[in-house]
Ligand binder design. Structure first.
Ligand code: HEC
Ligand code: HEC
Length: 616
């Protein structure tokens, strides 16, 4: 009976492909996509305890029912959501949730589960009926929805459109969009005050926290502070402050001394006032010689005496006494406050194997930490400082080569004094969009924007200059030179390449309009000449060109045209990030008339061309 649920298996590990193959009694058959949902739904109803199958779930979020008896996970790799019984860790139901679901939320009455699916551009809803999750309305705002916050009135949900520079408000239960609020670049995680009046949004592309007045639907202010990779957000009980972990970038070249001093990348916990704009406050997390990598999840204890923060890159839980945290509103020291290091009651580090990310507080004070690498939720007693239980969300017994590569990619202990991982710069395999001096260009002082690794294996040669013709060597160099870590084994490199080969960009959310079609003609025209160097499908020709904005003294001559897939979502453009918009690229630094010499584009041609670029 349970065979169907046990063996259903998406064809691609990145999410549900169009067909799914089931094996029963040795025979294997393929179920068309339309019927699969119905089948899984049925399986969920009939089988109350579907055992974990062999597919990696890679959960990236977890929420708990109010009484703590059930957990709900967003299974990013399998493209499903699960309902799990807390006491024995049994999966009661697991249903499809679109491609790359990253966030889940519950309605205030606890009867509806919501999940955002980034690559599908959807927010899906499920009614919780006994031990079943019954699919309900689906909202389609597009633009890579992530963070979800349900208003306490139960009538609307806010969703961060991470590629849409905005937050959408969707009506419940039908998930119709009622308004869209501009908040800044790369909104990912959010938190709503308990009275529903203020929404805090971490905007990692803009670098700060946006605060929205939900009654008027207007952006109140953005408190900006060069914040990269802003993590989970948690609002204090009195609704006055929002807490969040983030990564600071200090804009100095990658050298042994600069890293050790904390002058390259550092870990912080910040807090921002919600009532009126005030300078952000922050504390430094990094002990000298043994830093904190990729701080990601945060939660406060019920009495707000403690702050718990997960560090995904250094595989640990950080435990702080809130009244001992030396928050300051201007600058931050390079290393953790010495007082915190003297007393483990004020600050302690507890190892959590795998990649601990989001963390939620259970009704009994236990912490529920989601761990995509282990396909698990770790239940932690933060007072005894021990792992009470590890709940298996589902996956193979042994990690695949791709999953081993993924683990290395997110492992900050592979860098000098464990300050950062590949993922700190290449967030989720993309980019954090800052210009860095990795000295990959053979020279000091010429900063280069972190390149996205999407479609990597198809867009060589590598680096901005395109001097790197061998991907294995490029990866080894990243570990040894960008991270100043130990030399990898050949197997490590093989695993990293296997993982990187799976990184594809999200589908482009912009509509194909008439302007886009006209823009494509401009792009291909002799006059603009773009297709010469940026041919489809990846919009790079694999060759090296000089376009007139080379740095003086560059060791390598010219640049490899960057792939233009996903260019609409890059906050910084060109090798040093000198341009912020496509218009600026094409009118100032990369003007087609200057490159191909066939005359200036008309205003109409330019507008159409930009519309086309936005659709790639
Ligand atoms: C400190 C930030 C940082 C870290 C950490 C980092 N990178 Fe990079 N990465 C960059 C920058 C900046 C570039 C562009 C460098 C250039 O072109 O000169 C880059 C480029 C690359 C490229 C070439 C991409 C292309 O399309 O040409 C690859 C591959 C790469 N990194 C892989 C990795 C891997 C794997 C890791 C971890 C082992 C890693 N990087 C760690 C900043 C970083
Ligand atoms: C002669 C080859 C060549 C031609 C022709 C050309 N490009 Fe480029 N393009 C490049 C190179 C090389 C770069 C990287 C330059 C740099 O960063 O210094 C680049 C960079 C870009 C970027 C920045 C991408 C990013 O991620 O930073 C955009 C956008 C772009 N080109 C669009 C166009 C468009 C649109 C056209 C036609 C109007 C065009 N290019 C014509 C070679 C070319």
């Amino acid at each position: 009976m349970s065979k169907i649920a046990k063996s259903w298996q998406p064809a691609g590990w990145r999410g549900i492909a169009s067909n799914v193959t089931c094996r029963e009694g040795g025979a294997s058959f393929t179920i068309p996509r339309m019927r699969r949902a119905a089948l899984l739904f049925l399986a969920g109803l009939i089988i109350s305890a579907a055992p974990a199958g062999p597919v990696d779930r890679g959960p990236e979020d977890v929420v708990l029912s109010a009484d703590g008896s059930r957990l709900f996970t967003a299974n990013t790799l399998s493209g499903t959501v699960s309902m799990i019984r807390a006491d024995d860790g049994r999966t009661l139901a697991e249903v499809p949730a679109g491609q790359r679901p990253t966030n889940v939320a519950l309605s205030p009455d606890g009867k509806t589960l919501l999940a955002s699916a980034g690559y599908s551009g959807e927010v899906r809803s499920y009614r919780i009926e006994g031990d079943a999750l019954v699919p309900g309305p689906v909202g389609k705002p597009g633009f890579f929805p992530r963070g979800l916050a349900v208003h306490p009135d139960g009538k609307r949900v806010f969703v961060a459109l991470s590629q849409g520079q905005s937050v959408a408000e969707l009506r419940l239960p039908d998930l119709e969009e009622t308004r869209r609020i501009a908040v800044g670049r790369w909104p990912r995680e959010m938190a709503l005050s308990s009275d529903g009046s203020r929404l805090a949004v971490g905007v990692s592309g803009t670098g700060g926290v946006a605060v929205v007045d939900t009654a008027t639907g207007k952006l109140d202010f953005v408190e900006d502070f060069l914040g990269l990779n802003l993590g989970q957000m948690q609002i204090s009980r009195d609704n006055s402050l929002v807490y969040f972990p983030w990564v600071i970038y200090r804009q100095l070249p990658i050298t042994t001394n600069n890293i050790k001093q904390g002058w390259v990348l550092g870990a912080r916990i910040g807090r921002v006032k919600l009532g009126e704009q005030a300078r952000r406050e922050a504390i430094t997390l990094d002990p000298q010689g043994k830093a904190v990598g990729d701080p990601t999840g945060i939660v406060l204890s019920a009495d707000e005496s403690r702050v718990y923060c997960t560090a995904a890159g250094t595989h640990e839980l950080l435990i702080y006494r809130l009244d001992a945290m030396p928050f300051q509103d201007f600058g931050t020291p390079d290393h953790i406050d010495a007082e915190l290091l003297k007393d483990r009651e004020k600050f302690d580090r507890m190892p959590l194997p795998g990649r601990p990310t989001k963390v939620r507080l259970g009704p009994g004070g236990q912490l529920f930490v989601v761990n995509p690498q282990l396909n698990a939720v770790q239940v932690v007693d933060p007072v005894a400082k021990r792992i009470v239980r590890t709940i298996d969300v589902g996956g193979p017994a042994e990690p695949t080569l791709v999953r081993r590569g993924e683990a290395i990619f997110h492992d900050a202990t592979r860098s000098l004094d464990q300050w950062y991982s590949c993922a700190t710069c290449h967030f989720e395999g993309g980019t954090n969009s800052v210009a860095m001096d990795t000295r990959n260009d053979g020279r000091f002082g010429n900063y280069k924007v972190v390149l996205s690794l999407h479609n990597l294996t198809k867009t060589g040669p590598w680096t901005w200059h395109g001097w790197q013709k061998n991907l294995d060597e490029s990866i080894e160099k990243s570990l040894v030179d960008s991270m100043l870590g130990p030399k990898p084994t050949p197997d490590d490199v093989k695993a990293l390449v296997a993982y990187l080969a799976t990184l594809t960009p999200p589908p482009n959310p912009n509509a194909i309009t008439d302007a886009v079609k006209r823009g494509e003609e401009v792009f291909k025209s002799e006059k603009a000449g773009c297709a010469r160097c940026h041919p489809a499908p990846y919009f790079t020709d694999g060759k090296i060109h000089t376009t007139g904005i080379e740095e003086r003294g560059d060791v390598y001559r010219g640049y490899n045209p960057p792939s233009l897939v996903g260019v609409f979502d890059r906050p910084k453009l060109l090798h040093d990030g000198r341009a912020k918009t496509l218009r600026e690229v094409l009118t100032k630094h990369h003007n087609p008339d200057a490159i191909v010499g066939k005359g200036e584009l008309t205003e109409q041609e330019l507008a159409d061309l930009i519309a086309y670029l936005n659709s790639l």
